[in-house]
Design a protein around this ligand. Sequence first.
Ligand SMILES: *[C@@H]1O[C@H](CO)[C@@H](O)[C@H](O)[C@H]1NC(C)=O
Ligand SMILES: *[C@@H]1O[C@H](CO)[C@@H](O)[C@H](O)[C@H]1NC(C)=O
Ligand SMILES: *[C@@H]1O[C@H](CO)[C@@H](O)[C@H](O)[C@H]1NC(C)=O
Ligand SMILES: *[C@@H]1O[C@H](CO)[C@@H](O)[C@H](O)[C@H]1NC(C)=O
Ligand SMILES: *[C@@H]1O[C@H](CO)[C@@H](O)[C@H](O)[C@H]1NC(C)=O
Ligand SMILES: *[C@@H]1O[C@H](CO)[C@@H](O)[C@H](O)[C@H]1NC(C)=O
Ligand SMILES: *[C@@H]1O[C@H](CO)[C@@H](O)[C@H](O)[C@H]1NC(C)=O
Ligand SMILES: *[C@@H]1O[C@H](CO)[C@@H](O)[C@H](O)[C@H]1NC(C)=O
Ligand SMILES: *[C@@H]1O[C@H](CO)[C@@H](O)[C@H](O)[C@H]1NC(C)=O
Ligand SMILES: *[C@@H]1O[C@H](CO)[C@@H](O)[C@H](O)[C@H]1NC(C)=O
Ligand SMILES: *[C@@H]1O[C@H](CO)[C@@H](O)[C@H](O)[C@H]1NC(C)=O
Ligand SMILES: *[C@@H]1O[C@H](CO)[C@@H](O)[C@H](O)[C@H]1NC(C)=O
Length: 699
Amino acid sequence: MLISSLVATALVGAAAAQDILTTQLSFSGYTNYLYRDDVTSSQLLFTEANSTNVRTRFIAAFPAGNSGAMAYFKPSTGNTSALTLSLVDNSLKSVQYDCNQTGITGQWQLSQNAELDLAVLGSVRALRDYVEGGGILHPEMNYTLLQSSNNSVTLYRNFFNDSIAMNFTMTTDKQIQSSGNTSIALPAGTYQFTITLNETTLEGIPPATLLNQQNETIATNSSTSDSTKMVSFLSYSEKLLAGGWRFLTYFGRDTLISLRILMPILSSDTIEAALGAVLERTNITDGELCHEETIGDYASWVNMQNGQADLGSKPFYDYKMIDTNFEFLPALAYYLLGLPSGSGRATPFLSKTASLANNMTYKDLLQKNVDLVMNQSSSFAQNPTADNLIHLKDGVPVGNWRDSNPGIGYGRIPFDVNTALVPGCLRAIQKLAEASILNSTLSQTAASYANVWESKSLPLFSVPLNSTYAEQTLSDYTAYANLTSDLYMNSSASGNSTSPPSEIYALSLMEDASPVQTMNSDFSFNLMYNDNLTAELLEYSVNALRPFPEGLLTNVGLLIANPAYDSNRTNWEVFTRAAYHGTCVWGFQQSMMVAGLGRQLDLCNGSSGSSNTSTTTPIWCSNSTLVSNIKSAQCTLWDIILSNPAVEFAETWTWTFDNSTKSFVVTDPAALTPDSTEADAIQLWSFTLLAQDKPSYCS
Ligand SMILES: *[C@@H]1O[C@H](CO)[C@@H](O)[C@H](O)[C@H]1NC(C)=O
Ligand SMILES: *[C@@H]1O[C@H](CO)[C@@H](O)[C@H](O)[C@H]1NC(C)=O
Ligand SMILES: *[C@@H]1O[C@H](CO)[C@@H](O)[C@H](O)[C@H]1NC(C)=O
Ligand SMILES: *[C@@H]1O[C@H](CO)[C@@H](O)[C@H](O)[C@H]1NC(C)=O
Ligand SMILES: *[C@@H]1O[C@H](CO)[C@@H](O)[C@H](O)[C@H]1NC(C)=O
Ligand SMILES: *[C@@H]1O[C@H](CO)[C@@H](O)[C@H](O)[C@H]1NC(C)=O
Ligand SMILES: *[C@@H]1O[C@H](CO)[C@@H](O)[C@H](O)[C@H]1NC(C)=O
Ligand SMILES: *[C@@H]1O[C@H](CO)[C@@H](O)[C@H](O)[C@H]1NC(C)=O
Ligand SMILES: *[C@@H]1O[C@H](CO)[C@@H](O)[C@H](O)[C@H]1NC(C)=O
Ligand SMILES: *[C@@H]1O[C@H](CO)[C@@H](O)[C@H](O)[C@H]1NC(C)=O
Ligand SMILES: *[C@@H]1O[C@H](CO)[C@@H](O)[C@H](O)[C@H]1NC(C)=O
Ligand SMILES: *[C@@H]1O[C@H](CO)[C@@H](O)[C@H](O)[C@H]1NC(C)=O
């Protein structure tokens, strides 16, 4: 998570070469270096001297097998001053040795005599087990210490199955003392460090071909070129990665949501890499789409734990999320039918043969997912009750992007999946069938299902509020949260309402269909994925984009949740500003909101144009007050986004209320909950704002 210190600067020198991608950024106490060329791809982290992170840490992470090396250093006995370890400028290079060993080398400066405190070599998942799992180490993953000379040590590990060998070497001009398997005394000074392993490198998609030709200046503009490099670092012809250093591998939701928003600026190569990666990981039995893959050394480990060591490092694909299943078809339909880059691509793309999924064609895999969507949506289409909505899987407490149990208020039936994604998916099937990309007999059934889902699911999430109740609870919550009614009274916010909303939409429903009455930002999914929205939902959107705590807007961003109207006041304690999915901001939700509002307005222009696949103009477009209110809400959100440049491409952040200025201040959630999970410096979906232009009608 970033915070005020998200500073990205290109490494001068190295970046001059066309085929080398380098960039760096300071994030939450670590300097992150990204390096990629034809030989390797690696993200390195060094604890910063000014960091409040007490331990001096180095990490190198490699996406090819989601592998990495991590080392902690401590001052040698007697030393009490702070130890620093920093990269020597412009020293990073790739290396290529015998036995297919490839990796990264560079120089670091160690400020004083130190000892190796601890090291982990293997899967990034094993590094995470240590960092996030309260110090879990797997003794089976121990490395071996080799000292070939006085001034060089190597930590060596053969991955499970002896499939991959990793070497982490540190060399200096003074004497290094080691004893036993883990004790290493490192003198202060300059070191050459090298980490190599013999994993096949992925094929990176460079900034030059990441974007489509109309938008390639985004890769060279000074304000966006570093962010484009970071997206490029996460993009490979095999798959897009979710983020780094912790998630340098495939995640379905991150891929598909990012893709949907970024698609207008991406090249068809990038789009097809992302779509292909999802299809390749389809469950060929039931058509579910993969949430997360476990590969490399950790796959071996999981297989061993399951008593299936004979499977070697065969990947494990996780299908526990329910949203991913409904995020592929809308992206595919938009690409093939809505974008110039997708025109004529249906046949060549869908006739590809999958390399991971049993040699099936992409078209066969697509059909599996279509069958799943049709099957799972049919009960509600026939009998639209809450029971027949899509529920989280039995025994699984999560299932949509609010990937935490409290994040959806402990509900079982999420709003986004049921009101936006399923109907959006059915319309996508209808349109692909009308275009004969899918069997054309499907179009009528898909359309009739979509009609029911569009008209009957949203009302099940409606929470009517009478004004007496709404005003009272708002006032109570304002006091509870130590805020002030000045934030929303007499505000010049968008919309023509000056009082609390008369209706909100639940975040989720409990198993018994009762609503979790927390106001939330998930109508961004309706704006992004649906074409046939009611005037009521658009009016609600405008109203919800009012100042917090009446609505969701603060001067530091759009909050994803606001429990002010929740009659279950326990939720006031659940959705705090420190909670992962509480009254905090997520960058991709802001991009989806501005993109979604823009998309809806495009529908009024009758343009089947750049951002939708519809040809009919919605009825609400004739309400010029509403149209003007939507524009003004969109412009207000843009102003907020642009006035917080430090978090423009950050994943999530929260706030502190400053009573003297009566405004919010950007706050790192880690500062509120020191034992919270470490965040990633770069996260694919946090860059989705790159595809958005502030509209010319905003002043
Ligand atoms: C800490 O130092 C790094 C450079 O080493 C700098 O980029 C960053 O802004 C500093 N952070 C703070 C909070 O001062
Ligand atoms: C190096 O990789 C090539 C191609 O994958 C393989 O044929 C060869 O056996 C590998 N060499 C060693 C020493 O592992
Ligand atoms: C791994 O290392 C730990 C700490 O040095 C040691 O206690 C343990 O015995 C080692 N385990 C194996 C399997 O080598
Ligand atoms: C990687 O290197 C190790 C050690 O040289 C070797 O045993 C292994 O077969 C190699 N793996 C691959 C995939 O080349
Ligand atoms: C790892 O480093 C050691 C010590 O330098 C060397 O003997 C060994 O050959 C290296 N292994 C590989 C697979 O590169
Ligand atoms: C794939 O789907 C089948 C049928 O639902 C299920 O039995 C199987 O466990 C799924 N595979 C995985 C890896 O989840
Ligand atoms: C896929 O096809 C290739 C080439 O025909 C073959 O070597 C491989 O075994 C096939 N894989 C599966 C899972 O059928
Ligand atoms: C399309 O679906 C219909 C009805 O299920 C089926 O009869 C027909 O064979 C299918 N056509 C193709 C080309 O698969
Ligand atoms: C207003 O709503 C509250 C909370 O749902 C309810 O307790 C109250 O009876 C309602 N008042 C009126 C006048 O409907
Ligand atoms: C409001 O302020 C009081 C007094 O400082 C404090 O005890 C309470 O925790 C604060 N409430 C919230 C929600 O932060
Ligand atoms: C805003 O005004 C328009 C036009 O008068 C009206 O149709 C709409 O219902 C109003 N919206 C709200 C939330 O009051
Ligand atoms: C991408 O290119 C299109 C076509 O030139 C243009 O309309 C759009 O504004 C560009 N998008 C961005 C974010 O620059």
